[in-house]
Each structure stands twice: as C-alpha cells, then as structure tokens.
Design a protein around this ligand. Structure first.
Ligand code: C2E
Ligand code: MG
Ligand code: MG
Ligand code: MG
Length: 285
C-alpha cells in the first residue's frame, strides 16, 4: 500500500489505542467510586438445572455494574480492567459479602434443600495466602455451610504464577466443604498431565463446546471427550451457554449432570432468585 495509506492506518491505530486507554482509566475511576460509595454494583445470579429433570439446584453469581457516566458496562470489559488495576481484590470481597449474605437468607427461607451459589474468583484474589480464611470467616459469621458455596476459577488461574498460594487457598476451602469448579474448561492451558492433581470438584464445559451440539451423526464432539475425561477423574460436570433444547438433550445423553444457559434462564437480580426457583420447580413438579 502507499505510504499515505500506511501512515493513516498507523494514526487510526494510535487513536483507537488512546481511546481504549482512556476508557480503561475511566472504568477504573468509576469502579473505585462505585466501591467507595457502594453504588452502581449489583449482584445477579443465573440458575443451574439438573439436566435429567430440569430441577433448579443453584446458580452462578454474576456481577453487574452501572456507572453514572459510562452507563451499564459489561463484565467482559470491567473485570479485565479491575484485574489489571488490582481493584478486583476489593470487588471480589464485595461480591463474596453479598453472595454469602444472600445464601444465608435463602437457606433460612428453605428455598430448595441443598441450594448453592457459585462465585467467580480472579487470580489476584487467590494470590493472597489469607484469602480462603476470609471466605470461611464470612461463612461462619452468616452461619452458612461450606457446601452452599462453590468457587469458579479458570484454568489460567490454576496454571499461573503463585500457583502455590492458589492451590493452598483452594485446598483450605475444600476442607470446609466448599466446592471448586474449573470455569471455561477446555479453553485454557490445562494439560491432561496435571489436571488430575488439582484441588477441584467439577468442570464447567465452555459454551464453545456446547454451540456445535448436537454433533452430526458419526462424529465425536469435543464435549463428549471432555465429559468422558471428567467422569474418569470423578469430577462433576456443568455445561454453560445452553441455548437450545437439542443442546441440553445431547449433553444429558452424553452424561453431563448440570446445565446453565438462556434456554433455562437468563441471569436474574439476586433478590428475585427464590421466587424464580420456587415457581420454576413448582411448575415442573
Ligand atoms: P463466566 O463465568 O463464564 O459466566 C458465564 C457468562 O455466560 C455470563 O456472562 C452469562 O451471562 C453468559 N451466559 C450464560 N448463559 C448463556 C447463554 O445461553 N448464551 C450466551 N450467549 N451467554 C450466556 P456475563 O455475566 O456477561 O459474565 C462474563 C464473564 O465475566 C464471566 O464469565 C466471568 O468470567 C466474569 N465475571 C462475571 N461476574 C464476575 C465476578 O463477580 N467476579 C469475577 N472475577 N468475574 C466475573
Ligand atoms: Mg463463571
Ligand atoms: Mg464460564
Ligand atoms: Mg464462559
């Protein structure tokens, strides 16, 4: 291409870069403010169902953020910004405080026996050797059993630096009955050589392996390979991003236990969860 074209491309690239840096800085400032004033952050939860009978058994807590100037910002943008700035540690504490308080309330209301909630945890949180103790302290304070809480970590977190503190934190939680799930399983860095040594209870099959289901006759979908492997290691399985009945049926037939996706329910504000789950399970019964 001509020199002029090359230069204009470089300039455009530079502007895009500056705009994204600016956006990141604004998100950081906004998040800091949101945490300080406890304003604009809101916890949602997306139900999970048992694939064999569609009973809602629990859900995954998902954070939502609305900034006065930026409007509602998706987690795919503000979570990475929070991770890079270190704000994720305080954000994670906010999420855990809320989640454990909701679990306490729901278990008192006996919404569903054995109801649990899963919380997403980022790498920097797990690098603090005292993190797990902080989680257990919250559970004790609210009188919530460890079995009511699940934590989701990505493969990248498990394979990353400071693996020692990370593994120790997860082991500590598991001794108290908290379950550990590997999120976005199959998309990261896990090598089959070490996944069986990790302190985990379940794997969440990523949406990218659910999308191509049901697989054409005579082919073996990656989802089934992952499910076989999980079964062989005694791990529980959850599939995410299920959007069609055919996908849910295929996963059930391949031995996946739990499912999550728009087919069943979108994430709902945490305060509406008991109502949502009671209505759903009553309609089904
Ligand atoms: P994730 O943990 O893998 O969460 C699942 C994401 O898939 C959620 O997006 C959920 O709304 C979306 N999803 C669920 N079912 C379907 C479906 O059927 N179709 C489609 N297209 N999407 C579906 P969300 O809430 O936007 O969150 C995105 C990511 O942000 C999460 O991915 C998680 O990595 C992160 N995140 C969200 N909340 C938190 C949090 O409190 N802490 C941390 N550290 N990360 C969080
Ligand atoms: Mg998750
Ligand atoms: Mg996931
Ligand atoms: Mg995902």
């Amino acid at each position: 291409s001509s020199k002029r074209h090359r230069i204009s491309r470089i300039v455009r690239h530079d502007i895009a870069l500056r705009e994204s840096e600016d956006h990141k800085a604004r998100m950081e400032a906004g998040l800091r403010e949101a945490l300080q004033r406890n304003r604009g952050l809101r916890l949602f939860i997306q139900p999970q169902v048992r694939l064999s009978d569609w009973t809602m058994t629990g859900g995954e807590f998902l954070l939502r953020w609305e900034d006065p100037e930026l409007g509602s910002v998706p987690p795919s943008q503000f979570i990475p910004a929070a991770e890079q700035s270190g704000l994720i540690v305080d954000l994670g504490k906010w999420v855990l405080d809320q989640a454990v308080a909701w679990l306490a309330e729901w278990n008192q209301g006996a919404v569903v026996p054995g109801l649990y909630g899963a919380v997403n945890v980022a790498a920097p949180e797990l690098h603090d050797p005292a993190w797990a103790e902080g989680v257990l302290e919250r559970l004790r304070r609210h009188g919530v059993a460890g079995s009511a809480l699940e934590v989701e970590v990505t493969e990248r977190v498990l394979a990353g630096p400071e693996g020692g503190a990370t593994v120790a934190n997860l082991q500590h939680l598991r001794q108290a009955g908290v379950r550990v799930a590997v999120d976005d399983f199959g998309t990261g860095y896990s090598s089959l050589a070490y996944i069986h040594r990790l302190p985990i209870d379940s794997v969440k099959i990523d949406k990218q392996f659910v999308d191509p289901l049901p697989a054409p006759e005579g082919t073996t979908p990656l989802a089934s390979v992952i499910l076989e492997m999980a079964a062989g290691m005694g791990l529980e399985t959850v599939a995410e991003g299920i959007e069609t009945a055919e996908q849910g049926e295929a996963l059930d037939a391949m031995g996946c236990t739990y499912g999550q996706g728009f087919l069943y329910a979108r994430p709902v504000p945490a305060e509406t969860f008991p109502d949502c789950i009671r209505k759903w399970n009553a309609r089904k019964a």
